[in-house]
Design a protein around this ligand. Structure first.
Ligand SMILES: [Cu+2]
Length: 151
């Protein structure tokens, strides 16, 4: 979450049945506000579109929920968080702008530092790239060997 401009801390919303998150907040309308919240299990998060910043959606990183992509002011999307866990989500067109959010459900330890949340996608991306590079090198090596054997 270190690359999310409006992220300072996980806002505590435990004890609330429904928590509202604004979609299209900030000067450019490219933020979720609040960016990170803590809620109890069995809490509904209600995302409400401001109509600013163009088309947005709410897409869970683990694909457990996904809204429509829309710029309609007043559009709403709900998701009931039943189980404990850390749920990260983003707006597909604006992930690179830091339009990301997190819902921490239940009494989950954040490992002393809330920066553990953004590290997860970063590490996955690095491992993914390394795998692709390794596979490409292996394929290239094999092709070279085939050419050498055919001579
Ligand atoms: Cu967006």
């Amino acid at each position: 979450m270190s690359d999310v401009p409006n992220y300072e801390e996980v806002e505590d919303h435990t004890g609330e049945e429904t928590v509202e998150v604004t979609v299209g907040a900030g000067d450019d309308g490219l933020l979720f506000e609040p960016a990170a919240i803590r809620v109890d299990p069995e809490t509904t998060v209600n995302w409400v579109w401001t109509g600013e910043g163009g088309d947005h959606n709410v897409a869970a990183e683990d694909e457990s929920f996904e809204s429509e992509l829309t710029s309609e002011e007043g559009y709403e999307f709900d998701h009931l968080f039943e189980e404990e866990g850390i749920f990260t989500y983003g707006c597909d067109p604006h992930i690179a702008n830091g339009m990301k959010g997190a819902v921490v459900v239940g009494d989950i330890e954040l490992g002393g530092s809330s920066t553990t949340i953004p590290l997860i996608p970063g590490i996955v991306a690095i491992i993914g790239i390394m795998t692709i590079v390794t596979a490409a090198i292996a394929k290239w090596t094999r092709t070279r060997r085939d050419i050498a054997q055919r001579r």
